[in-house]
Design a protein around this ligand. Structure first.
Ligand code: ATP
Ligand code: MG
Length: 437
């Protein structure tokens, strides 16, 4: 992409409405614009990152055998009356009526919807287990939408649902998601710590929230120091193997969010205790028959009886993650994207747009990178070099190739690593082979 043609409305000044760094940087880097409180438009570069995160989630969900589908944003109130949640949900739910006066709502989540679909389709235990997910916009009329996309009213969530014959089988599905989530966050360059969450009336230990540590996080958390240095899951997970030992490793140490903290355990930890703030980037929950019971989702059993299916739901905050990654990865100059989700891998800076030789050399590098399948954003705007450097650092592409008349005379460019700030002078060929390796 040529920056002269790209829609990237960057801002030099810090927008006064933004209280935290990720929000400031997303506005300054031209990624999003607020439409109304907690509702955002995603501009081309923000949208690219959002879709890259979505792709990582999709790849990992596929790897664990969870199937993608798409449910609507608008749901019937009557369905939520069946589960009893229509009245219970409160003012966070956006309630609407269609022209026939029928009560509808903008989905804040999809347990009822998926349970209805499953109930009407599944008949026998032989069809279990099943894992299904979609990535869809949700609406929750949050009391305090803030921090940009981190706590929006409209936000993109991946929500998955598991269906099993009983709670023991449900635990197997739960463990798959548990490990899968560690994989997802790892690929996004994040260390998300699983913390025991409140399971409400059904009890048990099958609910975890995944939090990344950040000063701007909304939750006050406490955990064992070991989580900071713990080795994360490898790239190869055999989802058909027994994952309980792996889950046990990650849950063996103390880690709790505000409402789950235990002063006694914390006192016992002494110097091993860390208290910090955290951002919730995912939540998994096994809730048994909470929805399948009222909605009547049953299957026949091997013995010829009937069983109400045991379910779980598993959410990842896809749009919140864009902000969370920035909170975890930035410096004074701007964003530092991990390569896995960077909007472009390389930013090519033409230091002297309008200079014939310089333009020709940059076009050559640009074309070679494109041909090799490397995503590149070339700054070919007719502005001062200082402005180009500042914008390129601000938008945080992992690599910068800086090309000016002086170096190009000898066929040389500068390669800069955005994360480390390291710069080296290289021949065009070496720079290209480094970027395409
Ligand atoms: P929170 O405690 O932050 O309000 P929640 O517990 O209500 O979140 P879940 O229903 O567990 O959220 O939703 C799954 C994931 O969706 C959360 O872990 C979070 O990452 C994301 N999420 C929830 N609410 C919002 C929001 N208002 N804006 C952006 N992302 C959100
Ligand atoms: Mg939650």
């Amino acid at each position: 992409m040529r920056l002269s043609r790209y829609f990237l409305p960057t801002l030099k000044e810090n927008p006064s409405e933004a209280q935290i760094v990720s929000h400031r940087l997303m506005l300054r880097a031209g990624m999003v614009r607020q439409s109304s409180a907690g509702i955002y438009s995603w501009l081309p570069m923000g949208h690219k990152v959002l879709m890259n995160i979505q792709r990582v989630v999709e790849e990992e969900q596929a790897a664990m055998g969870c199937q993608q589908m798409l449910m609507p944003t608008i749901q019937l109130a009557d369905l939520w009356r069946e589960s009893g949640r229509y009245d219970a949900y409160g003012p966070e739910m956006l309630r609407i009526q269609d022209r026939h006066g029928r009560d509808m709502l903008y989905g804040p989540t999809n347990e009822e919807q998926i349970t209805e679909i499953f109930r009407d389709a599944a008949k026998s235990y032989k069809e279990l287990p099943k894992m299904l997910y979609h990535i869809q916009w949700k609406f929750r009329d949050e009391v305090r939408p803030r921090f940009g996309v981190m706590r929006g009213r409209e936000f993109l969530m991946k929500d998955a649902y598991s269906f099993d014959i009983d709670d023991a089988a449900g635990r197997v599905s739960y463990n798959k998601f548990f490990v899968n989530y560690l994989r997802i966050y790892d690929r996004l360059g994040l260390k998300a710590i699983p913390m025991k969450a409140d399971t409400g009336p059904i009890g048990g230990d099958m609910s975890h929230e995944f939090l990344i540590l950040a000063d701007t996080g909304e939750s006050e958390i406490a955990c064992h120091r070991d989580y900071i240095s713990m080795d994360w899951v490898g790239t190869d997970v055999d989802y058909d193997s027994d994952l309980q030992p792996m889950v046990d490793t990650f849950t063996s140490k103390y880690a709790a969010t505000d409402e789950m903290r235990d002063p006694e355990q914390e006192a016992a930890l002494g110097d091993d205790l860390i208290t910090a703030r955290g951002i919730e980037v995912g939540h998994i929950f096994h809730f048994g028959t909470n929805y399948s019971e009222p909605l009547g989702a049953k299957v026949t059993t091997a013995e010829g009886g009937e069983a109400t299916v045991s379910m779980g739901s598993y959410g990842v905050g896809v749009s919140r993650l864009v902000g969370a990654v920035i909170e975890a990865s930035h410096d004074d100059d701007g964003i530092i994207w991990p390569e896995s989700i960077a909007p472009f891998k390389v930013g090519l800076i033409n230091l002297k747009t309008g200079d014939e030789a310089c333009d020709a050399a940059c076009d050559g590098i640009y074309n070679d990178l494109q041909t090799a399948g490397v995503e590149v954003l070339m700054d070919d705007r007719e502005i001062r070099a200082g402005g180009k450097f500042a914008d390129m650092d601000l938008i945080g592409l992992p690599w910068q190739i800086i090309a000016g008349p002086r170096g190009l005379k000898d066929g040389m460019v500068e390669l800069k690593n955005r994360a480390t700030g390291e710069r080296e002078d290289l021949s065009i060929e070496s720079a290209l082979s480094r970027m395409t390796a």
